[in-house]
Design a protein around this ligand. Structure first.
Ligand SMILES: Cc1cc2nc3c(=O)[nH]c(=O)nc-3n(C[C@H](O)[C@H](O)[C@H](O)COP(=O)(O)OP(=O)(O)OC[C@H]3O[C@@H](n4cnc5c(N)ncnc54)[C@H](O)[C@@H]3O)c2cc1C
Length: 606
């Protein structure tokens, strides 16, 4: 069997993977670094990021303000030591990209332009029009291509981690073009495989976001953290799930119900006032806005569409010039996918799954519980996002923690290890047999893979959607378990080795089932409502019992186990989350009531 050796393997060529690659070669020029990616790196989901990247830049802003917004946005489930490192290192990362050629949008005087973003109390979101991810990834990729020590293995799909004596020694991967399976050995492996929104039916996430890295780690015995927290973005296009960026609201867009009423004023998110009213209404955090949509639907105030209930995003008052300058991509997406022009028409939107706050449990340097294995970016949970990520923190998280993981992986790669022995090669061989004979060679075809995938998605939306309840979650977990058995009875129609998309879909579905299980088991365990995890049967936040991370471990054929770990609090004790009170003045607001989103148990405002 083919064996390829590198010093460090980066799995994933998005923002986190490419940033980590530079950190490694800067730490030690002698190390050779390989990036394995199941798609050509420029097709990683990072390219789809629209709105921007958050970092303190204005004189009236501060690291403490950025940290407080992040922590309160995450409903106090963020580890505050991680948030402190994050906000301090964020500006340096964006300036570095500027030097490398990232075309950040600018003010008339040439200074960096920033825009308001949901849950951010100050304007600190840097942007490149509404194609931030495209420019950011291009900057990293074109520079990586020029670097002699960074090599790319494009369109290789990693299916297994190789572990020996408790240490990660490499991976097994399938070349999609030829179907050949090879063993890749390295001193350190960094998983940068992104999130898993495809586990749900309506998502902004690309087809490739199937939670592969989380599942690889989970199956190898590495725990996942805070998996119950799945973010719905309030403004996806119905049917396609394509994202209409929060920047549309940052630039002044309104959300209106079937009566044309800006309904968010009924949900403790402030009132319409002179623009810009910061932290209020449409610029509230995503969890609250998505929950408000469900409440509007229950009140019969949403609009029926061919693809379910929607509300409207109104940009008309911004005018054509602003839309074309600041939101050209929004206009393009609306024209292409909805056949409407937002300059003159309302955009139909609904909440769709966008981001996973949880992921592989790591420390501040991306280290997992397994020596030799690191993780960074959306696949990891450091944790800076807590129970709800603020928009524009994620790209920067990829840069800050990608760099940190890269530096730590460089150290691990220099350790002297005994040569990989027979057991490692046998594992690689067994994985090749599993793929070529066990899956491709399987007779039968009693079950259809796309049907199983659709059942999984439906179960996840019903069981672990915006609002959750014990019985629904238990039912969804049963569905996941029976789907695993039924997947064994799927025989492929296509047994060819060249770009076998059916085989890839099968491997991805295996991963999605593991991710689905981890989400549901963790969600059942958390008997409270916090951020993106809202339980109708436990509607209040409970800091006494649940100011803890959920750490879930696969049980193999047995039940998974969940442990709890205290949240790290450094300087910001838990408070109530207050929005809609203007410039952080902590003014009183209603206590929630029937329509208010469930509020926390702490008291202090602001
Ligand atoms: C539509 C959209 C808009 C967004 N807008 C913003 C925004 O404006 N600001 C912000 O901060 N965040 C935004 N986000 C979130 C942010 O873009 C992502 O969280 C971030 O880009 C993730 O980067 P990553 O490097 O972790 O992973 P990704 O960019 O998803 O890259 C994952 C990589 O892993 C590889 N991979 C995956 N599985 C395997 C496997 N089995 N084998 C080999 N390779 C594999 C893929 O090929 C890919 O190269 C947005 C997200 C979406 C979906």
């Amino acid at each position: 069997m083919e064996v390829v050796q590198h010093d460090v393997l980066l799995i994933g060529g998005g923002a986190a993977g490419l940033r980590a690659a530079f950190a490694i070669v800067e730490a030690d020029e002698g190390l050779d670094v390989a990036v394995l990616s199941k798609v050509y790196p420029m097709r990683s989901h990072t390219v789809a990021a629209e709105g921007g990247a958050a970092a303190v830049i204005d004189a009236d802003d501060s690291f403490d303000d950025h940290a407080h917004d992040t922590i309160s946005g995450g409903e106090w489930l963020c580890d505050q030591d991680a948030v402190e490192r994050f906000v301090e290192e964020a500006p340096g990362e964006l300036i570095r990209l500027e030097r490398w050629g990232c075309p950040w949008s600018r003010e008339e005087d040439g200074s960096i332009a920033v825009r308001p973003f949901g849950g951010m109390n100050r304007e600190r979101t840097w942007f490149a029009a509404d194609k931030t991810g495209f420019h950011l990834l291009h900057t990293l990729y074109q520079r990586a291509l020029r670097h002699p020590s960074i090599v790319f293995h494009d369109e290789w799909f990693v299916t297994r981690l190789l572990v020996h004596d408790g240490r990660c020694r490499g991976v097994v991967a399938l070349e999609l073009q030829t179907g050949r399976v090879a063993t890749f050995l390295a001193g350190a492996v960094v998983l940068c495989t992104g999130g898993g929104g495809q586990v749900y039916p309506y998502t902004t996430n690309g087809q490739i976001k199937t939670g592969d890295g989380m599942a690889l780690a989970y199956r190898a015995g590495v725990p996942l953290k805070d998996m119950e927290f799945v973010q719905y973005h309030p403004t996806g296009l119905p049917f396609t799930g394509i994202l209409i960026t929060e920047a549309a609201r940052g630039e002044g867009g309104w959300l209106v119900n079937r009566e044309g009423y800006r309904y968010l004023q009924d949900y403790d998110l402030g009132e319409p006032g002179p623009e810009p009213v910061k932290r209020t209404m449409e610029l509230g955090p995503r969890d609250r806005l998505s929950q408000a949509f469900v409440k509007e639907m229950e009140r019969g105030r949403t609009v029926e569409s061919p693809y379910g209930e929607v509300v409207h995003l109104d940009l008309r008052h911004l005018g054509e010039a602003v839309i074309d300058e600041k939101l050209p991509f929004v206009r393009e997406l609306c024209r292409k996918y909805e056949k409407i022009d937002p300059v003159e028409e309302l955009i139909p939107v609904r909440p769709v799954v966008h981001y996973m706050m949880g992921g592989i449990d790591t420390d501040l340097d991306g280290a997992t519980s397994m020596p030799g294995l690191f993780a960074a970016g959306e696949v990891a949970c450091v944790n800076i996002n807590g129970a709800n990520r603020l928009g524009s923190n994620s790209l920067v998280e990829c840069l800050v923690f990608g760099a940190r993981a890269g530096r730590a992986a460089a150290v691990a790669a220099r350790e002297r290890l005994p040569p990989a022995d027979e057991a490692v090669f046998r594992e690689g061989h067994a994985e090749r047999e599993r793929i070529h004979r066990g899956i491709l060679g399987r007779e039968g075809g009693e079950e259809r893979m796309p049907a199983l995938r659709a059942e999984l998605r439906e179960a996840m939306e019903k069981g672990a959607g915006i609002y959750r309840e014990e019985d629904d979650m238990v039912r969804a977990l049963e569905v996941v378990r029976t789907l695993r058995e039924r997947l064994e009875r799927v025989g492929p129609d296509d047994a060819s080795l060249t770009f076998n998309t059916e085989l890839q879909g099968f491997l991805e579905l295996e991963n999605m089932l593991d991710v689905g299980e981890a989400i549901l088991v963790s969600a059942l365990h958390r008997k409270e409502s916090r951020g993106a995890h809202q339980r109708r049967d436990f509607p209040d936040r409970d800091d006494e019992e649940h100011l803890v991370h959920s750490i879930v471990r696969s049980g193999g054929d047995e039940e998974p186990s969940v442990e709890l770990r205290p949240v790290t609090i450094t300087r910001w004790p838990p408070e109530e989350r207050v929005y809609g009170s203007g410039e952080g003045d902590g003014a009183a607001h209603g206590s929630g009531g029937e329509d208010g989103a469930a509020d926390g148990s702490g008291r202090e405002g602001g």
